[in-house]
Design a protein around this ligand. Structure first.
Ligand code: SD4
Length: 334
């Protein structure tokens, strides 16, 4: 570590922490965790990076790109559109030195997470939206896709148009799907959650996170959820840990959800207890509303400990390290 770097980190109170390749501290175990059961292949994609000695940042980006590429999935261009029939994407990526980049309302670009990373690395900004985000993507070598809905998204949208009822409900477990990890499903059998949040720690103890989403299905055109907003859908801090969220973004934004989770970890709470406190904050604000919505938080401590908590039953997350690969059901409050 050179003197300038040392002084910069000292001013953040971080110089004594094990740092990246400079100090060559090796964590006991790199680890990657993701929201939902669909996080299993996402973790596998990220694990390829981590197990080859790559960075947490590259791992979470690889995981997000995997799910953005998955056909007929609930994330990315194949996700559900807004109520005008347009798919708009939100994504955010962050490392543990508070470097972050995000895009919101991005149309026709396959990998919003990589555009977000370019925002982080190539601009002095944090968040680009809509047309400007698309223009930036095109200037940086991304290709414009045709914007057609996937067959299942089109079917779901046509079905939604019959009533056009603006009542976005996501992530609540349905009674007719009662497997132990059953998430919520739309009537066409598609899972009705549409966000992938990923957190990782690498062998040098670096933390990073990524979130990518098509947002709440059939939202108002222009609506931005928590996933694009650092401190709401994603927050990473070298000293305290990392957190991500899934569920009704508005409720997460109202309490700066993942920032809150990370600050609770800074105060000494375990990842699961920190997530629980944030869920309690949402529920205590409006208990009646909380009964009909879902929010789940997932957190990773800087020691590799992890945990989750949700408002309702049905939130699950996936874990991958060299010793485990599994789906875990999150505890819930109601
Ligand atoms: C949003 N938080 O746009 C996202 C939606 C989500 O699983 O998480 N769905 O509000």
């Amino acid at each position: 570590m050179n003197r300038k770097e040392f002084l910069r980190l000292s001013s953040m109170g971080l110089a004594s922490l094990p740092l990246s390749p400079f100090t060559n501290h090796v964590a006991a175990k790199p680890l990657i965790i993701s929201t939902w059961d669909s996080g299993m292949p996402v973790n596998a994609a990220g694990w390829k990076v981590l197990s080859a000695g790559g960075s947490a940042l590259d791992a979470v980006e690889a995981g997000a790109r995997y799910i953005e590429d998955t056909v007929d999935c609930c994330v990315g261009l194949d996700g559900y559109p807004d109520r005008d029939g347009i798919v708009t994407l939100d994504a955010c990526i962050m490392d543990d030195l508070a470097n972050c980049g995000a895009v919101a309302g991005l149309e026709k670009i396959r990998h919003p997470i990589s555009v977000a990373r370019k925002v982080m690395e190539k601009t002095p900004h944090v968040l680009l939206v809509g047309q400007g985000a698309q223009q930036f993507a095109l200037e940086n070598g991304f290709t414009l896709e045709d914007g057609k809905l996937s067959p299942s998204a089109e079917k779901a949208y046509k079905q939604w148009l019959i009533k056009s009822e603006y009542k976005p409900v996501i992530n609540i477990e349905r009674k007719d799907k009662n497997g132990p990890f059953a998430p919520a499903f739309f009537d066409n059998g598609q899972p009705n959650h549409d966000t992938m949040g990923i957190l990782a720690i690498d062998q040098y103890l670096r933390l990073a996170g990524a979130v990518t989403t098509s947002g709440m299905a059939f939202k108002v055109h222009g609506r931005v959820g928590d996933s694009a907003i650092a401190g709401a859908g994603l927050f990473v801090d070298r000293e305290a840990g990392a957190a991500t969220s899934s569920g009704v973004g508005e409720e997460v934004i109202r309490i700066c959800g993942t920032h809150l989770v990370v600050e609770f970890m800074r105060m000494g709470l375990s990842p699961q207890d920190a997530c629980k406190k944030a869920v309690e904050r949402i529920v205590s604000r409006d208990r009646e509303k909380a009964k009909v919505i879902q929010v789940g938080f997932l957190a990773l401590g800087r020691d590799g400990s992890y945990g989750a908590y949700a408002i309702q039953k049905g939130f699950v997350f996936s874990v991958k390290s060299d010793t485990e690969e599994r789906i875990i059901a999150s505890p819930h409050l109601l």
